[in-house]
Design a binder for this molecule. Structure first.
Ligand SMILES: N[C@@H](CCC(=O)N[C@@H](CS)C(=O)NCC(=O)O)C(=O)O
Length: 247
């Protein structure tokens, strides 16, 4: 049975789930919608109108952490969490830190302001928020990560959900023209590059490039041409609608 993931390839949370599915060698199809364009069916599956959503037969669940934990428990293959209880707890902490704090900074502080607001809502981003994010909040987060991340390899030996959860936000950071200063945060810079270069994430890049460079009319065909496996039906509608959180 093929699994289905609802959500755009450009979302860091969708990328996290797809990278974990790639690691586990799972078959899946994607309905690459932007959350703001999700229809009623999407909202029934995702009450917060957020992506990603996973559909597995007659079961569905939203939230990248819930999805990754489910996939790890329901399917074999590469384990997403370390074996030791304390390591597992730390892995969950890094996942939470990334989803919440790095999400706040890289998505809501940068990507949403610089890319989504002009493109989806036709309004400029909040300049003061962008400046505070770049000058205060991201440097503090990077100071923290610099002390936690390994100089080589991944957080708990093999690559897992903790590494992926952190690295995924830096790709959206790059889409908003952010890059890590290698002099100030050399470990973080190398860790992010190493993780994003892993085939489980690197293989998603061509689809992200298409998603970013095509408009809604040509996107589906361009994604198929690039080799993406897409659902036949989509949960997208024409009109954008704001979600329930933060906006
Ligand atoms: N905690 C959620 C966060 C998901 C999330 O915020 N996704 C963004 C897209 S990158 C979204 O759907 N935003 C729409 C909104 O919040 O209205 C997860 O881990 O899946």
């Amino acid at each position: 049975m093929t699994l289905t993931v609802i959500g755009s390839y450009v979302s860091p949370y969708v990328r996290k789930v797809l990278a974990c599915m790639n690691l586990k060698d799972l078959d899946y199809e994607v309905d690459p919608i932007t959350p703001f364009f999700g229809n009623e069916q999407f909202e029934r599956l995702s009450p917060l109108r957020r992506i990603p959503v996973l559909i597995d037969g007659d079961f569905s669940v939203s939230d990248s952490s819930a999805i990754c934990a489910y996939l790890d428990e329901a399917y074999g293959g590469h384990g997403l969490f370390p074996a030791d209880a304390k390591d597992r707890a730390r892995a969950r902490w890094f996942e939470e830190y990334a989803d919440t704090r790095l999400g706040d900074l890289f998505i809501w502080g940068l990507f949403y302001q610089k890319v989504v607001r002009p493109a989806v809502w036709g309004e400029p981003g909040d300049r003061a928020r962008i400046d505070k994010t770049l000058n205060q909040d991201i440097p503090a987060a990077l100071d923290y990560l610099e002390n936690e991340l390994p100089a080589e390899g991944f957080l708990f030996g093999e690559i897992g959900v903790a590494d992926i959860s952190i690295a995924t936000f830096f790709r959206n950071g790059a889409y908003a023209n952010f890059s890590v200063d290698a002099v100030r945060w050399p470990r973080t810079k190398a860790f992010v590059e190493r993780t994003l270069a892993h085939p489980c994430i690197a293989s998603l890049l061509p689809f992200e490039d298409v998603q970013r460079s095509t408009d809604i009319k040509g996107r589906r065909q361009a994604l198929l041409n690039a080799g993406a496996r897409l659902t036949v039906e989509t949960m997208a509608m024409r009109e954008a609608r704001k979600g329930y959180m933060r906006l």
